[in-house]
Design a protein around this ligand. Structure first.
Ligand SMILES: Cc1ncc(C[n+]2csc(CCOP(=O)(O)OP(=O)(O)O)c2C)c(N)n1
Ligand SMILES: [Mg+2]
Length: 555
């Protein structure tokens, strides 16, 4: 005989889980006791939301679900934003919540929320565990569903009486890797014919192209076909393990805006776009419309059809092997492969515009360029959500996969610090930088305590404008009066010290690089505060792009 919670924790161990993140309640006490006597570490956070962001980021970076834990009602509801973050962002994660006993109700309806129903639209699967004997299979099923394409979160509710009940020692179900089917030969034939006919082909790498499973096949495909490519925000930097020039010399930029940016010169001129791993949860990288390019969707799953995305053909199956099949037929058979490549220098030249502006407070282009200088090629930058995200998506160059973690799906504030903490836990040997606005940072700043307690090496760059800058900018673009967007801030250096973290303030533009370097060299958790000047938003992202000479396809 074995206790339900022991069986549950054994089932987590069977899946290779090494950490569980969360805030327990009294309904989880058996589970906590089972964790105490297991090899799985319980990482207590200061808010359930950040536990979910951390677990989701574990899934994003490793392809294996991260696990987060909460009590019933209030704690479980605090996981909701993290569930949606993982659901939209396709990050494998398991959410475990407690519940009052289901066989008796000594506390009537106290704290009871129907979490299985609440989690349904926020997860791939949401289930209550009603007996100990089903635990090994239900946990295995949860991990399978969370991991399989399209990945995402699964919610399991473990009620207090099931967790504490003795039941039979049911054997575990061994996980096995499920190889995905490769695209059908007819789909590959069709795509090969279309690509060979293209006069100006272009590749777009989307969010699903950044799955850890994809590996080197993507880089090989680009190197073998020599078709230039651009990325969506979440597809940025997915060509793994290649030095800066190979095949990044085919990179035409990132579509951080939906239209009019310099990268759209190539998009507008392309007659065929191979959309590899595009997921329409992302803000559109371009708008499909009448007279636009032919689009071939290459994905693990079929395309979602949207007003702005309705591909003409699809190659559905395991992306890596599908690309190898395509490359075998396309290598040295595409005389027009490089037709759009001459646009590259003109587009990329603009990415360093403003990189040396030395006025203070610091402009975003300078911040992006300076951060790139400070971060080694394998350094990881985790962004929160604010105005700077557009500048990083547009201008920051990533020579390695998953080195710029941004959320262009739920686009929630508050995830920057927890996702950076998870990256630092997984990659203790790399430099990890969280970049947050003063708004987003304060949404989960309490996790500085967790970061210090975990002994993480992590630098947090706070861009201070005393405002919800992104919305303030949009308000101005829409010609509304400046209203309702500003706030005060704590003294961030003193705030850092209060947590036992280091803190420094950038007092002059030329100090940003040395202050960041010395923060990394000091180690531990370090807050760096830099005042930001967002007046460039309108000058570049509105006026300059609006006045840009129209490309032939615009006319
Ligand atoms: C949880 C959440 N609330 C509100 C928003 C809407 N929103 C998007 S950006 C933004 C302002 C962000 O301010 P800050 O973090 O200071 O960054 P800044 O733009 O000022 O650099 C807001 C309110 C959001 N995306 N997520
Ligand atoms: Mg701000």
């Amino acid at each position: 005989m074995i206790k339900g919670s022991d069986l549950f924790v054994a089932a987590l161990a069977n899946e290779g889980v090494d950490r569980v993140f969360g805030v327990p309640g009294e309904e989880n006490l058996d589970m906590v006791e089972s964790l105490r006597t297991s090899n799985i570490e319980l990482v207590v956070t200061r808010h359930e939301q950040s536990a979910a962001f951390m677990a989701a980021t574990h899934g994003r970076l490793t392809g294996r679900p991260g696990v987060c834990l909460s009590t019933l009602g209030p704690g479980a509801l605090n996981l909701a934003t993290g569930a949606a973050y993982a659901h939209l962002g396709a990050m494998p994660m398991i959410l475990v919540t407690g519940q009052k006993p289901i066989r008796s109700s000594q506390q009537a309806r106290f704290q009871i929320v129907d979490m299985v129903a609440t989690m349904k639209p926020l997860t791939k699967l949401s289930r209550q565990i009603v007996s100990t004997s089903g635990i090994p299979t239900i946990v295995r099923e949860a991990f399978r569903v969370a991991t399989e394409e399209r990945p995402g979160p699964v919610h399991l509710e473990l009620p207090e009486d099931i967790a504490g009940e003795m039941g039979p020692a049911v054997p575990m179900v061994s996980p096995h890797t499920i190889a995905l089917p490769v695209a059908a030969a007819t789909a590959v034939d069709n795509a090969v014919r279309m690509i060979r006919q293209a006069a100006r082909p272009l590749v777009m790498l989307g969010a699903a192209a950044s799955r850890p499973r994809l590996g080197a096949d993507l880089g090989e495909f680009l190197a073998r076909t020599r078709i230039p490519f651009f990325t969506t925000q979440m597809g940025k930097g997915v060509v793994a393990g290649r030095p800066l020039q190979q095949p990044v010399d085919l990179w035409l930029g990132t579509a951080a805006l939906s239209e009019r940016d310099y990268v759209h010169e190539a998009i507008d001129q392309a007659d065929l776009i191979l959309a590899i791993g595009h997921d329409t949860v992302e803000k559109p990288p371009f708008f499909m419309g009448p007279g636009g390019p032919t689009v071939i969707h290459i994905g693990y799953t079929p395309p979602n059809i949207e007003e702005v995305y309705f591909p003409h053909a699809s190659v559905v199956g395991d992306i890596g092997p599908s690309l190898t099949l395509l490359a075998d037929r396309l290598q040295d058979a595409l005389p027009n492969a490089s037709a759009l490549l001459p646009l590259r220098d003109g587009i990329l030249r603009h990415l360093s515009d403003g990189a040396t502006i030395d006025r203070f407070p610091i402009v975003p282009q300078r911040i992006v360029a300076d951060v790139r200088t400070v971060m080694p090629p394998d350094g990881i930058v985790a962004l929160d959500n604010g105005m700077y995200k557009i500048w990083f998506a547009r201008n920051y160059r990533t020579p390695q996969s998953n080195t710029l973690l941004l959320d262009n799906a739920l686009a929630t504030m508050g995830a920057g610090l927890p996702s950076a903490m998870m990256a630092a836990l997984i990659h203790p040997d790399r430099r990890v930088l969280a970049v947050c606005g003063d708004g987003g940072f304060m949404m989960n700043s309490q996790e500085l305590e967790t970061a210090v307690r975990l002994g993480l090496n992590l630098v947090v760059l706070i861009l201070q404008d005393n405002a919800y800058g992104m919305i303030r900018w949009k308000q101005a673009v829409d010609q509304h009066p400046d209203f309702g967007m500003t706030f005060g801030n704590p003294d961030f250096v003193a705030y850092a010290h209060a947590y036992g973290a280091g803190g420094s303030r950038v007092e002059a533009t030329e100090d940003l690089v040395p202050v960041l370097h010395s923060a990394f060299e000091r180690g531990g958790v370090q807050l760096v505060v830099a005042p930001v000047d967002y007046s460039e938003n309108t000058r570049v992202l509105v006026d300059e792009l609006r006045n840009r000479a129209p490309t032939p396809a615009d006319m």
